[in-house]
Ligand binder design. Structure first.
Ligand code: ZN
Length: 154
């Protein structure tokens, strides 16, 4: 086996550069676009083609989303948020309402599962948006004209 296929898979995407788009002015705006499941760069097309699978290229601005990976960070965010919401609920169910441990588990486990699974896609969208906004990996760091960090590369 040669190293060429492996190196080719690690090479940055050399596809066509992304087209013009209404770039977000702040990280918050980009992250909100990602949370909604829209392309953080243009917000005119969907970021995901399946539940947690981003599109290869944005249908509107042609931004390449195929190469970058959010890895486990969206899952960590989902677990963190779910735990912080569920902890007071567990304390209230046991302490205030006197529910048994098994009854509390019967209520909390399905709720926690639904909440964690429901948060995964928005968390992944926000993580990808943050990576794009920061110019991490192969993403080009872009800022709209008029932004203090705008670089005119002409
Ligand atoms: Zn786009």
């Amino acid at each position: 086996m040669t190293a060429a296929p492996l190196l080719a898979s690690l090479a940055p995407c050399t596809g066509s550069p992304p087209g013009p788009a209404s770039l977000p002015f702040t990280w918050r705006e980009a992250a909100l676009r990602g949370l909604r499941g829209d392309c953080p760069r243009c917000s005119e097309a969907k970021l995901f083609r399946k539940w947690l699978k981003p599109v290869d290229h944005c249908l509107a601005c042609r931004q390449d989303w195929s190469f970058e990976r959010a890895d486990d960070f969206p899952a960590y965010i989902s677990i963190f948020v779910t735990g912080h919401v569920m902890a007071p609920l567990i304390i209230a169910l046991i302490g205030e309402f006197g529910m048994s441990t098994w009854a509390t588990l019967a209520v909390i486990l399905p709720l926690a599962m639904i909440m964690m699974l429901g948060l995964l896609q928005p968390a992944k969208g926000a993580v990808l948006a943050t990576m794009w906004w920061s110019g991490m990996g192969t993403f080009a760091r872009e800022r709209p004209i008029g932004h203090p960090d705008h670089l005119d590369l002409k």
